[in-house]
Design a protein around this ligand. Structure first.
Ligand SMILES: NC(=O)C1=CN([C@@H]2O[C@H](COP(=O)(O)OP(=O)(O)OC[C@H]3O[C@@H](n4cnc5c(N)ncnc54)[C@H](O)[C@@H]3O)[C@@H](O)[C@H]2O)[C@H](O)CC1
Ligand SMILES: [K+]
Length: 246
């Protein structure tokens, strides 16, 4: 088994800043597209449709998107999942008004006929049933979460904790509610079946349950020199894969 290499929340934010700074010039949109694409690949790898009955294939991937960029990764992931033959539904209770870009991501989901539920429309709890939902993508908070959690997300996470033993949760970058550096800090807490760390795992990933949580790294967008500059080795992705199982 490979040794986990981790970067703190502070360093993760610095890496992002530099990637999107004037020297390198990635846009947030570019990185988010690759991040969301890799999460969609992880869902496919973990829950393949091949060989499944029509009933199983019709089940939903329920994507819960938070107000920041972690939520944006979820919106992108849902679009790719639709292209991959899945049946995603997005719950987006607190929409980012930060940029036009988030509205565009929602327009794209409309274009792909992926339902996007608001807090006050539709009964989102209906999707927390194993006969209806294949897995839940937790794209609520990533590396910028600062406890304690505010509503409506506190209540949403409590509901997720109730069903996580019967519907697997795929957490994007950081399991929502965990301290990025320290891991689970309150009870109940999300224990994902799958964690997709983006760029490089954060320290909290050492708290995932051994033999119960599958850990992938995704967000394949940095060259070796850049990784080394921040003190870690790049991951050995194979071929055109956007994810690597750790
Ligand atoms: N290089 C990469 O790996 C990339 C990662 N990406 C993803 O971006 C997130 C980090 O995004 P950011 O916008 O900085 O933060 P979050 O989404 O984690 O959350 C900010 C959001 O949440 C609100 N908030 C914070 N704490 C609370 C709280 N206690 N209660 C309620 N609300 C809270 C805050 O106000 C903001 O609105 C990273 O993890 C990756 O998933 C990008 O896609 C780019 C590439
Ligand atoms: K998350």
């Amino acid at each position: 088994m490979s040794t986990l290499k981790v970067v703190s929340s502070k360093l993760a934010a610095e890496i992002d800043k530099e990637l999107m700074g004037p020297q390198i010039g990635f846009t947030l949109q570019q990185l988010m597209e690759l991040a969301g694409f890799s999460v969609a690949q992880a869902v496919c790898r973990q829950f393949p449709l091949r060989g499944k009955t029509e009933t199983e294939k019709g089940k939903h991937v329920f994507v819960i998107a938070g107000p920041g960029n972690n939520g944006g990764d979820g919106l992108v992931c849902a679009r790719h999942l639709k292209l991959f033959g899945y049946n995603p539904v997005v719950f987006y209770p607190k929409r980012s008004e930060r940029t036009e870009f988030y509205k565009q991501l929602v327009h794209q989901l409309n274009f792909f006929k992926v339902p996007v539920l608001s807090q006050d429309e539709g009964n989102w709890l209906e999707y927390l049933k194993p006969e209806k939902t294949l897995c839940i993508v937790d794209a609520i908070f990533g590396f910028s979460f600062k406890p304690p959690m505010r509503e409506p997300f506190k209540g949403i996470v409590e509901e997720l904790c109730k069903v996580q033993n019967i519907i697997p949760i795929v957490s994007v970058d950081v399991p929502t509610g965990w301290d990025v550096d320290k891991g689970p800090i309150s009870q109940p807490s999300i224990n994902p079946a799958v964690l997709v760390s983006l760029t490089v795992p954060k320290p909290c990933s050492s708290h995932i349950r051994e033999n119960q949580t599958t850990h992938y790294v995704g967000g394949r967008f940095i060259p070796r020199d850049f990784a080394n500059k921040f003190g870690f080795e790049p991951f050995g992705y194979e071929s055109t894969d956007q994810i690597l199982k750790l």
